[in-house]
Write a protein that binds this ligand. Structure first.
Ligand code: AMP
Ligand code: MG
Length: 407
């Protein structure tokens, strides 16, 4: 038996980082950036007005008030997108729109609400501080600043940032194409008739969705019968992909051929009993340079081993700096017993009460109870060397999402 940590270490060491591709920013949302995006521009590129109003010299408004306004001569009208080559003199104002460059000689803007237009002049009703309502050149970004860091997931704001520094094409990591194979004579596809003794293929669809959630591109290989020939034929079809995942057939049953076939295809398959529950049996190897995972057949075991091993591996391939789910400390609401030799991953429902995380278990933890994964929003991680945890204990929880915090 090997530990979860050692299994993950071995897997990550055997997994390559994929190449990069140049993509237009409109297609980068959710991708991982493969370069530090460095700005060649100041943002804003010039001092500009934060308000519709009048650009002026603050000194011209000293002591101004509604009762004693300062009267200035309006010498120009400056919409956004244009510049003024004339230098503003004492006693002058320029009508200015939001985003227009502050004209030379002006140091501030007074908003239109604090003024009264009188023909060719404007009355300023307030005393203006120097710099008021202007946005300074480079106050957001300076030339040479890293605006997006390599290895991070591109968000809408990041796309906006790249556009604002004038980048239309950027390098992102390629997404792995991931072959997904279900196995078992009892397993039939969802559109087929599930006759006596048969069950629907849930793992194939679950794994494909986990792949997609992680950012990869699933390729469905269907369902292999429990024969060497069919397994070999279907797994071979997966060799055109970057990663191969099968489910089932890795335990010690009479028809568990996945081990044999993976071994015959690959030079360095490793088969482990990993010290965890759920999800003990696991195969990992590299076939023709491509990582191959044999996940257990039980639906929850398959999901949990994907979470612990395949997801971090896919994220490494995609260039992510962070490979693991976020974890939080939460107060446990139930007693949980475990075997000391194993690391337990207990399906949990996390909530936040008075600013503190709490977590309850989803109830029975059988590795076939997929509904518990539907309800769960995290996995309570109970480490090796303990006999469990009690209600009131603080435990680590891997979060699948933070939707429970949404309002
Ligand atoms: P195995 O590891 O092949 O012995 O499978 C363990 C358990 O998982 C058995 O009850 C299988 O019927 C079930 N199982 C295997 N593959 C799938 C699948 N694709 N979808 C749903 N259940 C499965
Ligand atoms: Mg099977």
């Amino acid at each position: 038996m090997i530990s979860v940590d050692d299994a993950l270490k071995t897997i990550l060491a055997g997994v390559p980082v994929l190449g990069t591709e140049k993509v237009h920013i409109i297609d980068t949302l959710g991708r991982v950036i493969a370069e530090d995006v460095i700005s060649g521009r100041n943002i804003p590129p010039f001092d500009n007005s934060a308000m519709d109003g009048y650009a002026l010299k603050a000194a011209d408004t000293t002591g101004a008030s509604p009762e004693k306004p300062a009267t200035l001569k309006v010498v120009a009208d400056l919409p956004a997108g244009y510049t003024l080559d004339r230098e503003l003199q004492a006693g002058e104002a320029v009508r200015i729109m939001t985003g227009a460059p502050v004209p030379p000689g002006a140091d501030s803007v007074v908003r239109v609400e604090d003024t009264e237009k009188r023909g060719e002049t404007v009355r300023i009703l307030v005393q203006v501080k120097s710099g008021k309502d202007t946005r300074r050149k480079g106050e957001d970004v300076k030339v040479g600043d890293v605006v997006i860091e390599k290895g991070t997931r591109i968000t809408p704001a990041a796309v906006g940032m790249m556009s604002s520094v004038g980048r239309s094409m950027v390098q992102v990591y390629q997404r792995p194409r991931v072959a997904v194979l279900a196995t078992g004579d009892e397993v039939v596809d969802v559109d087929q008739e599930a006759g006596p003794g048969k069950i629907y293929n849930s793992n194939g669809y679950t794994i494909a969705s986990q792949v997609r959630e992680a950012g990869g591109l699933p390729v469905m290989l269907g369902i292999a019968k429990d024969t060497r020939e069919d397994l070999e034929a279907k797994l071979k079809a997966g060799l055109t992909c970057d990663v191969i995942i099968s489910s089932g057939g890795v335990s010690v049953g009479d028809f568990d051929f996945v081990k044999d076939v993976l071994s015959s295809l690959g030079s360095e398959m490793k088969f482990w009993k990993v010290g965890m529950r759920p999800g003990k049996p696991l195969a990992f190897g590299v076939i023709g340079g491509k990582p191959a995972f044999g996940l257990p057949g039980n639906p929850v075991s398959s999901m949990v081993t994907f979470e612990q091993f395949v997801r971090p591996a896919l994220r490494k391939m995609m260039g992510y700096a962070a490979l693991q789910r976020p974890t939080v400390n939460a107060v446990l609401e139930d007693d949980v017993k475990k075997e000391p030799s194993l690391r337990f991953f207990v399906r949990g429902v996390v909530s936040r009460v008075d600013g503190k995380y709490r977590v309850s278990t989803t109830g029975p933890q059988g590795s076939g109870i997929l509904r518990s994964m539907v309800i769960a929003n995290g996995l309570i991680v109970l480490p090796e060397g303990t006999e469990g945890a009690k209600a009131g204990d603080t435990v680590r929880v891997q979060l699948f999402n933070r939707e429970f915090e949404e309002e």
